[in-house]
Design a protein around this ligand. Sequence first.
Ligand code: PMV
Length: 350
Amino acid sequence: MTVSSAPGKVYLFGEHAVVYGEPAVPCAIERRATVAVEPRDDDHVRVEAEDLTLDGFTVEYSGDANDRPDVDVPTPLVDAAMGYIDAAVEQARDALGAPDAGFDVVVESDIPLGAGLGSSAAVVVAAIDAATRSLGRELDPREIAERAYRAEYEVQDGQASRADTFCSAMGGAVRVEGDDCRTLDAPNLPLVVGFDGGAGDTGALVAGVRALKERYDFAARTVGSIGDVVRAGERLLADADPTEEPDEVLLSELGRLMDFNHGLLEALGVSSRSLDNMVWAARMADAHGAKLTGAGGGGCIVALDPTEETETALRFTPGCEDAFRAELADEGVRAEDDRAARRREDEGES
Ligand code: PMV
């Protein structure tokens, strides 16, 4: 099998506002989705999903996604996961010029679904890379990012920015403003993630912000203010030495901007009680700053803290299911064939 992986991400700044052309700065983290692909002799697609924080499932279908046998898991979850894989397979077929190519696809992920860590983008990016490589075509990470964006755009009815997919394909910290996507030389930030075990409905949350923005000028200005926070944040990052550990001054200034960004997202109605609880737990533990990450409504927060305090405080916070340090993932999409082969060899030996 041809195996690829791609990282999830946190938003240091700028979710939601990025949908309206403001800049955003997401950072890839070392939680990855891994997709293994084997070409088939027919035009069927068979998908096996494991560890998607939902019960594993297997679906085989031919042609389009409507032609699907019954499966034993709730339909919205299958539809959500399958929609992304369908769209990724379509992009791979298009890149290969092989509209009838069939694939066996196995998805594994340690990124919680719909929790603001970019799980769908990571799956789509890794799937496009593995499917194209399985038929002998190696795509440039920028082309994978572009195709993954088109796949997400289609599944999310046009409510997607390029932030998640570009960050997952390229790795590291990136800056996205409309179609302009760049990698950043950022220092290794001490990120801590808290997860409430839940998920937000990205489409509904984006639609809610859009409605507020259309109704009230002050909501539109709030979106613009998020853009101002991002611009201030990126100036701080640009002035920092990426080879040095970030100092206290930089961390406290970035943290203050994260706090501000969270307040503006809260005002736009996309936070939740459990997200606010975790943000406050992090602040009370002397994190430099904390904010929700991603669409909101439930899912994850990200805090800045080089000490163990925030992680420990989050573990004792009611409503927080998991807390972990999130290392910046320097590598975006990558081939895992050698690693997978080595693992099989090790398993064979033991
Ligand atoms: O929750 P996530 O990781 O899918 O992030 C959504 C981020 C939004 O800005 C709300 C939407 C987008 O596509 O940028």
